[in-house]
Design a protein around this ligand. Structure first.
Ligand SMILES: *Cc1c(COP(=O)(O)O)cnc(C)c1O
Length: 365
């Protein structure tokens, strides 16, 4: 069965194998695995050891996003989060429930955030301290120009938190060139092709040291995780998802072998086979080609009488492919992930399964 969802993704056999073991999280061998993993992730973000650190946090991406907001946005601060779609809305909600003041700028559902529009909003409201940016908006599939937007925010004296959860490891990102970025958030189970359960924040060390006591939550305090990490050699504060971290360290070896640019090229090839394939089936992708990102493709639901998303999902599953059984667009779509340990040949087989699911009677499961 191949997972064609925007995380968790299909993993390589070597990654799955690492899960089939028990690990003692505070054992010295395991600490060494975690230390190396954090170095690998910091390096993948372009961070130098003097300025940046990658901090692990148990849980899903939202836990680390909330931790970043709590740690870095002052309690009296204000965060601007452009309304790029479903994932920006989630970031807005968790920031506001963490007690921070949230403001937004509207962004069309088929539109990238315009740097000039961001600059204007920041000039209009000097009380905005932070900008929260979603790199790959998983709701629609659009990727925003986060490096440029972070530069704009930095030039206007604002700090930035990047939700790179569905982008990290594929889209280019170099924190050493973006001093305004306090934290970049990612997880184990998207473009790094590991299993779910671990999130990471790549943070500026100077900002961590300046943020002690701000989080208002021990569990979600990145400054405290950093402090603890300085003396504990890779030992976690609380029980970490040890098998996930061990398997991710195997996935990072595969990542280094492939390289970020080649991984992006593979995902882009997956996306093109899918995009052109569904068009050849007479279906309409949600985004035009120039806005379509490489991570996830939404396709407008067929108007064929009797077609249901769950029926389609079940028919594909019977043929070996799992796609999302919900969507995050304002109109009905089906969404297919292009990421994970899959190739354009897998995508071509998935498109063929879609053709069968659209034209043939249901097959027995
Ligand atoms: C997957 C994802 C998240 C995190 O989702 P979790 O279910 O909490 O891991 C956050 N932002 C984006 C853009 C994502 O794609």
């Amino acid at each position: 069965m191949l997972l064609l969802i925007p995380g968790p993704v299909t993993t390589a056999d070597a990654v799955k194998k690492a899960l089939a073991q028990d690990y003692a999280p505070w054992d010295n061998d395991f600490r060494a695995i975690v230390r190396k993993l954090c170095v690998d992730i910091r390096e993948a973000a372009g961070g130098a050891p003097e300025t940046h650190v990658a901090l692990p946090l148990s849980g899903s991406g939202h836990f680390a996003l909330e931790a970043a907001v709590r740690t870095f946005v002052p309690r009296t601060g204000k965060i601007l989060i452009p309304a790029t779609g479903a994932y920006a809305a989630r970031l807005q909600r968790l920031a506001s429930e963490a007690g921070r003041t949230v403001v937004t700028i509207p962004v069309g559902t088929r539109e990238r955030v315009a740097p000039a529009r961001l600059a204007e909003a920041l000039c209009d409201d000097p009380r905005i301290t932070h900008v929260g940016l979603v790199y790959s908006e998983t709701g629609s599939g659009i990727c925003h120009d986060v490096p440029t937007l972070a530069q704009v925010a930095g030039d206007l004296g604002r700090r930035v938190i990047v939700d790179a959860v569905s982008a990290f490891g594929a889209l280019p990102l170099d924190v050493s060139a973006l001093p305004a970025v306090d934290a970049v958030i990612l997880t184990s189970n998207k473009c790094l092709e590991g299993p779910p359960g671990a999130a990471f924040a790549v943070c500026r060390i100077d900002r961590l040291e300046a943020s002690h006591g701000n989080a208002g939550s021990w569990s979600l305090d990145l400054a405290d995780i950093h402090e603890h990490g300085k003396t504990n050699n890779g030992g976690a504060r609380f029980t970490p998802p040890a098998p996930t971290l061990a398997a991710l360290s195997v996935a990072m070896d595969l990542y280094r072998q492939e390289g970020r640019a080649m991984r992006l090229a593979r995902y882009t090839a997956n996306q093109r086979v899918l995009y052109e394939g569904v068009m050849a089936l007479g279906l309409t992708p949600y985004l035009p080609p120039d806005l379509q990102g490489p991570i996830i493709v939404n396709v407008e639901s067929p108007t064929t009488p009797g077609w249901t998303l769950q029926g389609f999902v079940d028919a594909l599953k019977a043929r070996g492919f799992v796609i999302s059984n919900f969507y995050n667009t304002e109109q009905p779509t089906f969404r297919v992930g292009c990421i994970g340990a899959i190739t354009p040949a897998d995508m071509a087989r998935a498109v063929d399964a879609m053709r069968q699911a659209l034209t043939l009677a249901p097959i027995a499961a």
